[in-house]
Design a protein around this ligand. Structure first.
Ligand code: ADP
Ligand code: MG
Length: 734
């Protein structure tokens, strides 16, 4: 059954008799906006599969861009074929037979005078078999493999050609009906992202059909040429080029994504994302918030009670936070700062301002461990000022938790710390004015939105303060976090000694154990982080348990503690407190200790299987030591052999201790997707643009976004619809 928009047939026929150019433009827009089912041979089932590729309309097909290209325009002599390569070949069928080698199959041998090649088909129709008789000439494309019969191609794409000459009939394998145009030897062959049930050839044919449909009218260029990167072709020209690059196209340039046509589209895509994020921020800021002016005194008292004064960078960040909090517009501010730069104290100062204004603040952490640690800090800092701090942890006895929740709902308690998971359940506040999220790389945009919505009371949105220890370079931050204001803490508190980082093979484990003995003899403490295996929590917990037992046996006289994700909270807290209080000397842990844990007397960190961890994670883990005045060491144990990527990562982490620098290197090594986290931003789904490769486009993107936001609402809507799609507008607010 076909689904058509109810209005479209009218509009389309109106266009056919088209008179004015405005009408023609409308018809164009409508043509592109028609559902794919308006194309020949596309029914509801295929449309459903295409939807998985974010293709709903005919126009969307043009924005489904090839992942890569194959040059099928040059043929390789059969005698020169190499196994493991993909090649286009031509030859005459010298033998064609149906064989039974375990399975019924059609074998054709082709030759061109220089050599032979076997074509093997497991699925074939009778007519196909008939058309592949002796003496027929074929042009084939496929992967060359070695077999017992010499070199072969299994299910190559092929067509019949005149003896030794050019193509006559297009003929794909039964599952891959290639379109003649796409396979025309004068163009490179595009390879599209696939989804189940839509073969490559079918997709190619559909894109060709869409190109033809829109050939006359094209798609509107939404951007003025002046805004675009240099040498950018018009939109339709760029799209046509990328779907059918001419045979002389520079494949290396295309593969690198540096062709002007690609940059044209990348610019527009980045712009669409930028605009969407900024609109989100604008929408958020259009609601009122509490102006936290009364709390300034409580904040001053809090700062005066600290045993240290803020660093310049901390003071600057807090100044930015304070300015936001004093306004009746919701703050949405991200604090970026390296591990150990002192973000918690800024969070507490903001909370003090909220409490001092008679309103409520909540801090959320990704793990219970961290929530408990923050709670202890907040309690120690704010209790002397007369503020009770509630802990909301999933593992607390139900009664304790309930009474904390009641106190918050009644407004008797103004500051709460808890895990994000818990917050998602029904916690009520009396007047919530500030939501603080720690280590936001663990939270997604959607989750943050949920929180904001939850905090909305009497039409007011809470201020949001987000703290991340995964700093990213400035231009990238302005792109990825365009929905946030960003403060940077680029300075560590004084008196820190850089951590010495040592990389050692697993075989030197015994030596490492001796280092622990030495450190503990000096009154210090050590962390031992257990292998990160891609396994369940249970397996991880068991591995940590084994390591703890082994270390306890190897370290008589020392107390070895254990912390992992599956332990009851009370046991975890006991271990953490024991470690913090110095009763436990060696803490064996899974990567649950990755974020935030603060024990300044710990000076040795051993990380097992460090080769499996990402740079950001290694840097976070290492940040657990080097928090006091004593020299600290981080030993990265690896299991040989190292992959080139792992080797490079370990080199970077050994050479640098600057989180911003490490983030830059991480970006170069892995790309932004992993660094930012796939859930975190829609940027993970970029189709053409690449945040690292196209970084030079970002300033222009930002500028153009500002211009369009100020004066072109229609363009903005069209851009968002074209690139972002209806389903993933980064969520909506309220
Ligand atoms: P992070 O930014 O990684 O969350 P924390 O907030 O845990 O860092 O701070 C790390 C340590 O530095 C804590 O023990 C904290 O009390 C201390 N600290 C924070 N600010 C300062 C400062 N200005 N001077 C000295 N120590 C500080
Ligand atoms: Mg922290």
């Amino acid at each position: 059954m076909k689904h058509r928009g109810p209005r479209t047939p009218d509009r389309a026929s109106g266009a056919a008799g088209g008179t004015t150019s405005a009408q023609a433009r409308n018809a164009t827009a409508d043509r592109a906006a028609l559902p794919v089912t308006a194309l020949r041979g596309v029914g509801a089932a295929l449309a459903g599969r295409l939807a998985r590729l974010n293709v709903a309309s005919i126009g969307d097909l043009l924005f489904l861009l090839p992942l890569r290209y194959e040059d099928r325009t040059h043929t390789t002599a059969l005698g020169a074929l190499l196994p493991g390569t993909r090649a286009a070949v031509e030859g005459e069928i010298s033998l064609s037979e149906v064989a039974f080698r375990g399975r019924r199959q059609l074998l054709c041998r082709i030759s061109d005078g220089s050599g032979f090649l076997t074509l093997r088909f497991f699925h074939f129709s009778a007519s196909q078999q008939q058309s592949l008789g002796r003496g027929t000439w074929l042009r084939c494309y496929g992967e060359v493999r070695r077999s017992r019969l010499g070199l072969e191609m299994v299910h190559p794409e092929y067509r019949r050609i005149a003896a030794g000459g050019s193509a006559t009939t297009a003929h794909g394998p039964a599952t891959d009906t290639a379109s003649p145009a796409a396979d025309a030897p004068e163009a490179l062959t595009p390879i599209y992202p696939l989804t189940e049930g839509v073969p490559q050839g079918r997709l190619r044919a559909l894109v060709q059909q869409a190109l033809q449909e829109l050939a006359r009218s094209g798609l509107p260029d939404l951007l003025p040429a002046a805004a675009l990167p240099a040498q950018a072709p018009p939109l339709m020209q760029a799209l046509r080029y990328l779907h059918q690059p001419p045979r002389e196209a520079d494949l290396t340039e295309l593969a690198a994504g540096r062709h002007p046509a690609q940059r044209r589209l990348a610019f527009e895509e980045l712009l669409a994302h930028q605009i969407t994020l900024r609109l989100r921020k604008r929408a958020l800021k259009s609601d009122p918030a509490w102006a936290l002016t009364d709390g300034a005194r409580m904040q001053t008292r809090f700062l005066a009670s600290l045993p240290f004064s803020l660093t310049r960078a901390q003071a600057r960040a807090l100044g930015e936070v304070d300015r936001d909090l004093a306004a009746a517009v919701p703050m949405v501010r991200l604090i970026q700062g390296d591990v150990g730069c002192g973000k918690t104290v800024i969070a507490a100062a903001a909370a003090a301002r909220a409490a001092g204004s008679g309103l409520q603040a909540v801090l959320m952490a990704p793990t219970e461990l961290l929530a408990e640690q923050h709670w202890r800090n907040f309690r120690d800092w704010l209790q002397p000022l007369g503020e009770t701090v509630a802990l909301l942890s999933g593992s607390l006895p139900a009664r304790t938790r309930r009474s904390a929740m009641e106190a918050l709902a009644a407004g008797e308690v103004r500051v709460a710390v808890g895990t994000h998971a818990l917050f998602q359940e029904g916690i009520e506040f009396q007047r919530l004015a500030l939501v603080i999220v720690d280590e936001q790389h663990r939270f997604g945009v959607q989750q943050r939105l949920q929180l904001t919505r939850k905090g909305q009371q009497a039409g007011r949105l809470p201020h949001q303060l987000i703290m991340t220890a995964t700093p990213i370079p400035r231009t990238l931050a302005m792109t990825a976090y365009a929905d946030l204001d960003v403060s940077v803490i680029d300075e560590l508190p004084p008196g820190r000694t850089p951590v010495q980082t040592v990389v050692a093979p697993e075989s030197r484990r015994a030596e490492v154990v001796q280092r622990i003995v030495q450190a503990c003899r000096d009154g210090r403490q050590a962390y031992w982080v257990c292998p990160l295996i891609d396994e369940s929590d249970e397996v991880l917990a068991a591995a940590a348990q084994d390591t703890a037992s082994a270390l306890a046996a190897a370290l008589p006289g020392l107390t070895v503690g254990l912390v992992h994700g599956r332990m009851p909270a009370a046991a975890k807290e006991q271990a953490m407190l024991g470690f913090k209080g110095g009763r436990i000397q060696v803490l064996v842990a899974t990567t649950v200790i990755e974020v935030g844990v603060d024990v300044p007397n710990a000076t040795l960190m051993v990380i097992e299987n460090a080769e499996r961890m990402g740079l950001a994670q290694l840097h976070q883990l290492r940040g657990r030591v080097g928090r006091g005045a004593a020299v600290s060491t981080c030993v990265l144990l690896y299991r040989a052999p190292l992959s080139p990527l792992a080797r490079e990562r370990l080199r970077v982490i050994r050479e640098s201790s600057d989180g911003f620098e490490i983030a830059r290197r991480d970006l170069a090594l892995r790309g932004p997707g992993e660094l930012l986290g796939t859930r975190q931003t829609g940027l993970a789904q970029l189709r053409v643009a690449d945040l690292v490769r196209d970084a030079d486009l970002l300033p222009g993107v930002q500028h153009t976004a500002e211009v369009l936001l100020a004066r072109a609402p229609d363009t903005i809507a069209a851009l968002a619809a074209r690139w972002i799609g209806a389903g993933e507008q980064y969520g909506r607010i309220g």
